[in-house]
Design a binder for this molecule. Structure first.
Ligand code: AOF
Ligand code: ZN
Length: 367
């Protein structure tokens, strides 16, 4: 690939190639946890001679694929990586050694790896080997690529997003504006980015849509089903028939799941109390970096979780969809109690996107 006006030697080109790394890294969205999304490009004399991305935990890192792609051309070339190359033996050997062995001349790094085993050590190792290293090119972009990974690395908790739909006059709604089945719709794309989605068991009993990413070959998040209503215990296995993605049911000790649940290989976790601490700890132990709390169905099941999330600063992000409907659901809604909470929460970095079906607003809780 010839890039007009780039020779890999000036700062503008550095940004260009790191943006290309991020583009490559995104090909694996949803598949890399607990590992980050990483892309790598090898550039020589203004030409891309190798590129790669990290496809999945356990598989080689981005640099290894890019170096393989470049072959001998990697010698004296510049390697661009969206995340600091690792300097440790994990499931795979250190990328620093692969870069040194390939005799690259320079390495441009998007951001330092927040993983304490790696942080700055990768950069140091490369510099010790006489390689020129530039750190922090398109850093904000690289950070936004790996929000969940960075958050879990720094806090030991998965990145948590709250999703819900409202009518234009602010009532909760079960519906999704673009429908779960719309490929390319915001909901399907949103799901694809998450490792787990927490849903209400009433989505099954009320015959609402069970979330799945519709994009071809997309990541299907693990469904965590909250099962707190004893009266619906028999409906779960019936509705789960035909669902091929991984499902975990969290029950409180008062509810029992029907024997068919276990027969379908669905794991049931019985808890004294279903709360966010337990859900997030469980996900963290499973190596899941991101969790979507999808508020539909039985709103009451989410009320305490949302309250706990706001109180303990566990909620990182919200995604609100406003539907072209007046009224909608009139039941008590999960955010209702929050209206009387003394504690407020500041949200920042708002973004909105309108289609003919809805307006989607997202933003971050200032933690
Ligand atoms: C990179 N490039 O493509 C990735 C990196 O168990 P391992 O061997 O896969 O190591 C996982 C750690 O390596 C992960 O936590 C992160 O610090 C780093 N991931 N590093 O230079 C990559 N995936
Ligand atoms: Zn590595």
């Amino acid at each position: 690939v010839q890039c007009a006006g780039s020779n890999g030697e000036n700062d503008d080109d550095d940004g260009f190639y790191i943006r290309r790394c991020v583009e490559l890294a995104r090909k694996a969205v949803g598949f890399t946890s607990p590992n980050p999304l990483v892309g790598c490009v090898i550039v020589k004399d203004g030409k891309v001679v190798g590129q790669g991305f990290h496809p999945k935990a356990g598989q080689p890192h981005a640099e290894v694929f890019a170096l393989r792609d470049a072959g001998d051309l990697a010698q004296s070339a510049t390697a661009y990586v969206s995340l600091e190359p690792c300097n440790h033996f994990g499931r795979t050997p250190p990328c620093t050694e692969a870069l040194i062995k390939a005799k690259v001349k320079k390495v441009v790094v998007g951001m330092v790896d927040p993983n304490p085993i790696v942080a700055f050590k990768g950069v140091e190792r490369l510099r010790d080997a006489g390689i020129e290293v530039v750190v922090g090119v398109e850093e904000e972009l690289c950070k936004s690529l790996n929000e969940p990974y960075i958050h879990r690395m720094l806090t030991g908790k998965p990145f948590l997003t709250l999703r819900y739909s409202l009518s234009v006059n602010g009532n909760f709604m079960d519906l999704l504006g673009d429908g779960v089945t719309d490929c390319g719709g915001y909901y399907s794309r949103l799901l694809q980015e998450y490792d787990a989605v927490v849903i209400s068991s009433s989505l099954f009993s009320e015959n609402l849509s069970v979330p799945a990413s519709q994009e071809p070959g997309a990541n299907q998040p693990i469904r965590i089903i909250l099962h707190k209503d004893p009266s619906s215990s028999n409906q779960i296995p019936l509705a789960i028939n035909g669902v091929t993605h991984k499902v975990i049911i969290f029950t409180d000790n008062k509810t029992v799941t029907a024997p068919e649940v276990a027969q379908q290989g669905i794991e049931t976790v019985a808890l004294d109390q279903i709360n966010l601490d337990v859900i997030l700890d469980y996900c963290n132990r499973q190596g899941l970096c991101s969790v979507l709390l999808d508020i539909r169905g039985s709103f009451g099941e989410f009320e305490d979780l949302v309250k706990e999330g706001i109180k303990k600063n566990y909620i990182n992000k919200f995604v609100t969809e406003i539907l072209p409907v007046w009224n909608g659901h009139t039941e008590p809604d999960p955010l209702h109690t929050l209206k009387s909470l003394e504690q407020g929460a500041e949200v920042v970095n708002l973004k909105s996107k309108a289609s003919d079906k809805s307006v989607v607003i997202e933003g971050y809780f200032k933690l």
